[in-house]
Design a protein around this ligand. Sequence first.
Ligand code: DC
Length: 231
Amino acid sequence: MDNKDRKKNISVAVDGPSGSGKSTLSRAAAKELSLVYVDTGAIYRTTALHILRQGADPRDAAAAAALLPEVGITLSYDAAGMQRMCLNGEDVTELIRTQEVSMVASAVSAYPVVRAFLLEMQRELARRHSVIMDGRDIGTVVLPGADVKIFLTAGSEIRARRRWLELRERGTPRDWEQLLQETRERDEKDANRAESPLRPAADSVLLDTSELDFSQSLERIIEIIRERTGS
Ligand code: DC
């Protein structure tokens, strides 16, 4: 990326654990500030779905790696600005939201070969558009030069509760205890993996949403972006 391109496009990196409100808040901030929202978790989930469908063992890095050349991912946006994911031409936007895919995505995203495979796709999106990109390593690895870096957190019980409510609303309720345990397991895996572990970039702004409602969190995020970009 040369300086000319860097000037043209704004990039906002939003990292944090699942359930911290990254996606909903980033999508809303993107709308307010006319940025393209990129949900990188959905990219990992789409890759995981392919691996799952092929019946490969997600604990087997070599088996996952062997399937990567078959993974063709495209992103598009519908009229409401929602990111849609296509896997080899099939719209899988809803299919990647199951708990099974969440667990496989968490496992396969730990493999350097999977991360390397998806890295350039994410960078290319930021070269082409002014983005707000959410994930785990956006501020540290994908866009280390991002104009704004925000690290969103919330307590694990609060995040599990948000997910529990979301699944119930979607008509796929889950057992609370099990969901809480899975949330903690996933946190542990995402934070302790050797490759791109979840951690705040040194120059990120930390925002804990445990005590904030949606509109308070959004207001704060927009404030941070405006302060840092002078927009
Ligand atoms: O945010 P999410 O729950 O949709 O992410 C799904 C999984 O993908 C999650 O376990 C962590 C992983 N992920 C990642 O490793 N790096 C990213 N930039 C985004 C997601």
